[in-house]
Ligand binder design. Structure first.
Ligand SMILES: [Zn+2]
Length: 413
């Protein structure tokens, strides 16, 4: 599955990405309408559209209703124009998707990683699974532009490495970008998982996600992605949005950074399960169907989620406690960034959405700007659980929000 022999241009070309995004979100749309939508001159729009048509990324799809003069040709995106593979890497599993240019997931799978100890073995296993998944979709291999990785932070963005990610025992500095490029033979882009998720949300959400928003990603840990005025914020090293280190009401737990008032240790399945045992006792936890062993976090979380849905007061209480702390951190971030929307996503959100939304909504709307100027909405991701993996694919398919990060999209020489 190499890219040999294709002349397909990278979607990452900035003007092409801008025009393509405008066609995707506003389409079907005429060339004349595209100039004001993109801020480009009509001559530039014309040239870019010619290149997009030649590359098979858009098609002419009829005419606009006549207003007397020459009828305007309408342009639509071609979902089959390009594809990308997206991989979300978590400590116990990798989620892999194959996505088309319209953002549709053609196929997906989850690969268990019982022991993420050896990075090279993890990469080989995941890259192999991604290749088999892509083959299963039967898409034209020449149109698969590359593989995007949503990696656990912290990352060294410019170097394409992850550096001692928590929950990946034994991982030091791992050049994940180069390892995946070598294993797949394709261009690879990498970002931290919450940022990738935010980019995916912006891409798929279209007009619903235009402007600015804070994306709170709840997985094994917690992270945030920031989109400000339609541009993703990465910071100098690619670690903007290290939400887990936001200061909240202190408790008993110490963060892996040494801090005693970081949000991170209080959210995530293991922490919420431990809180149920600590504050409500073993008996209550067992009645709710939990077993409380370190190996049973996955099953215990499912039991706790179901207890929340049944209305179990202890289960709801511990989730609400965690949600309040997330709300405290979100309030600070929202005040700092002046976003009017908070979006929640990630695997851990499933089953606890309503409590999370409620508590975060109350917290972020207690700022003075929210009170006197505009309320802040809190919503679930439009993508759902696969948001990290779809976001990873969007790193390849959608370069608009990522100017300056192109070095990550090239395989090593
Ligand atoms: Zn910390």
């Amino acid at each position: 599955m190499t890219q040999g022999g294709t002349n397909l241009p990278r979607v990452g070309d900035y003007n092409q990405a801008v025009v393509l995004d405008a066609i995707r979100t506003a389409g079907p749309v005429s060339r004349v309408e595209l100039a004001p939508l993109t801020g480009l001159t009509s001559q530039t729009v014309s040239n870019v559209v010619r290149r997009l048509l030649a590359a098979g990324l858009v098609s002419e799809s009829g005419f606009a209703p006549s207003s007397g003069g020459k009828r305007r040709t309408l342009l639509s995106p071609r979902p089959d124009g390009a594809y990308a593979v997206g991989i979300q890497l978590d400590p116990d599993a990798a989620v892999i998707v194959v996505v088309d240019l319209a953002g549709e997931v053609l196929d997906s799978r989850r690969v268990r990683l019982p022991d993420p100890g050896d990075p090279a073995a993890v990469v080989a296993r995941v890259a192999g699974a991604a290749q088999r998944l892509t083959a299963r979709t039967r898409v034209d291999p020449a149109r698969v532009l590359g593989t995007g990785i949503a990696a656990p932070g912290p990352i060294d963005g410019p170097a394409g490495a992850v550096v001692k990610p928590p929950n990946f025992a034994g991982w030091g500095r791992v050049p994940l970008l180069g390892l995946f490029a070598e294993a797949t033979g394709m261009p690879v882009a990498m970002d931290n998982d919450a940022t990738a998720a935010a980019i995916g949300e912006r891409w798929i959400g279209g007009r619903q996600r235009a402007g600015s928003f804070l994306f709170i990603y709840l997985g094994t840990g917690v992270g945030a992605g920031i989109v400000l005025n339609n541009t993703v914020l990465r910071g100098d090293s690619g670690n903007a949005g290290e939400f887990g280190h936001m200061a909240v009401e202190p408790g008993e737990l110490t963060c892996d950074c040494g801090g005693t008032n970081c949000l991170g240790p209080y959210v995530g399945p293991a922490a919420i399960i431990a809180d149920l045992y600590d504050r409500h006792g073993k008996e209550t936890a067992e009645r709710a169907g939990l077993t409380g062993t370190p190996e049973s976090v996955h099953d215990d979380w499912r039991a706790l989620r179901q207890a929340v849905r049944r209305g179990d007061p202890a289960a709801q209480d511990v989730v609400r406690h965690a949600a309040r702390r997330v709300g405290q951190a979100a309030k600070g971030a929202v005040a700092l960034l002046d976003v009017s929307r908070v979006v929640l996503g990630g695997e851990t959100l499933r089953g606890i959405e309503s409590i999370m939304c409620e508590e975060i909504e109350a917290a972020v709307n207690s700022t003075s700007v929210a009170r006197v100027i505009r309320p802040i909405t809190v919503e679930k991701s439009v993508i759902g659980e696969a948001v990290g993996a779809v976001g990873a694919a969007s790193l390849i398919l959608h370069g608009t929000y990522a100017p300056g990060w192109q070095m990550l999209t090239r395989p090593p020489a």
